[in-house]
Design a binder for this molecule. Structure first.
Ligand SMILES: C[S@@+](CC[C@H](N)C(=O)[O-])C[C@H]1O[C@@H](n2cnc3c(N)ncnc32)[C@H](O)[C@@H]1O
Length: 362
């Protein structure tokens, strides 16, 4: 798989990508949050905000300057995305409303899908005049309102979920819940508006299934009759595929990060599996330690990564090489080439993040 990396400003990398005609299916970006901090790291550990060590990256643009440079990059990202593409932008509680307005402007408010709350750490005991902040936000948009890749990843039920969602227990000890066999709305023509076992659906409602299917459910013992003769469908907890993910996610930051503000790889796994397909291209143009790139490669997607910080290149390169992943330098691959030729040339490249030379370390 032909992975690509641009070691430099992402505006320049995105312009090269746009020129190439390459289309990206999924974008996850975790840009600086206008914290006005310099993020440092030493060889031992990469604290989120370290008091000493070498500069990993500076997050010192604030206010209008911050928003304006981000707007340019969001526009550039939009220009390289496929029509059925999805984009996830990580931001924090101080910037989320500003960034959401930018996203509405660039991607369109009707393409807003979710503002995901991410629980990022354990509860804090800071002595401040406010509640502990343990969350940040991932804004999820699509390029088109109706065309989108969507493969939600069901989560296993916890014991607590099983008890609250399936409160009933049958004679054999199996946990279950029941749901109505009719739904709002009248079917004027068609079997779901007619009689089943001599019974019409209740006023203003229709059967959820045809009489044949209702009979099948009855024979399979999957209908429970109330004392007043109301039938309900039985759903067993042990046959549940799990629960669909909601918009509050628990993906705490790694305890021992290799890079400041490194994100949880499992969160990227969820995003990539839900919003892309094998062989698709995943872009992270604020790659940091390469979390998105590693997950994309592991899940059989092609990555395009970008970062302008040498410390990020070093960590990303180490993580990719440890995982046996090869890549090409975007500039080299796209230089003097266009259209299909890029794709062919990409296949021939692999190597260092900074130089693009095959197999070179930094
Ligand atoms: C919050 S960190 C990303 C962390 C990453 N999600 C991870 O899991 O390691 C933001 C990164 O964006 C990079 N960055 C900031 N501005 C950039 C720009 N204009 N072009 C390329 N990279 C940039 C910084 O160097 C930094 O590595």
């Amino acid at each position: 798989m032909e992975h690509l990396f641009h070691a430099g400003d992402n505006l320049e990398g995105l312009a090269q990508l746009a020129e190439s005609g390459w289309r990206v299916d999924l974008v996850y970006v975790d840009p600086p949050f206008a914290t006005n901090h310099e993020f440092l790291m030493d060889s031992e550990r990469a604290n989120t905000v370290s008091a000493s060590g070498e500069l990993a990256y500076a997050d010192t643009l604030t206010g209008d300057d911050y928003l304006e440079q981000l707007r340019l990059r969001l526009e550039a990202i939009r220009s390289v995305m496929a029509d059925d593409g999805s984009v996830y932008v990580h931001t924090d509680v101080k910037m989320e409303h500003h960034v959401r307005l930018l996203m509405d402007e660039v991607f369109g408010a009707r393409n807003f899908r979710n503002s995901i709350t991410r629980i990022k750490c354990n509860p804090k005991n800071f002595n401040r005049y406010s509640y502990g902040n343990i969350k940040d936000t991932v804004l999820f948009y699509s390029v088109s309102p109706n065309r989108i890749k969507w493969h939600p990843q069901e989560e296993p039920l916890t014991d607590e979920d099983a008890v609250s969602r399936y409160p009933l227990v049958d004679d054999t000890g199996r946990r279950y819940a029941t749901t109505p066999l009719h739904a709002p709305g009248i079917t004027r023509r068609g079997p779901t508006g007619g009689l089943w076992r001599g019974m019409p659906p209740p006023a203003g409602r229709h059967w959820r299934y045809t009489p044949d299917k209702l009979e099948e459910l009855e024979e399979a013992g999957l209908i429970e009759w109330s004392r007043t003769g109301n039938p309900r469908k039985i759903i067993y907890a042990d046959q549940s595929a799990g629960k669909l993910p909601q918009d509050v996610w628990m993906y705490k930051d790694p305890q021992r990060p290799s890079y400041p503000t490194q994100k949880n790889a499992a969160m990227l796994e969820r995003i990539i599996l839900t919003s892309s397909e094998p062989g698709d291209t995943v872009l992270d143009c604020y790659a940091g330690s390469g979390t998105t790139l590693l997950e994309a490669a592991r899940l059989g997607r092609r990555f395009v990564g970008m970062d302008d910080a040498p410390a990020a290149w070093e960590v990303t390169e180490r993580r990719l090489l440890d995982a046996g992943v090869e890549w090409g330098a975007l500039g080299e691959v796209f230089k003097n080439a266009s259209g299909r030729e890029h794709q062919e040339r990409v296949a021939a490249h692999s190597g260092s993040l900074s130089s693009g030379a095959t197999g070179n370390m930094l």
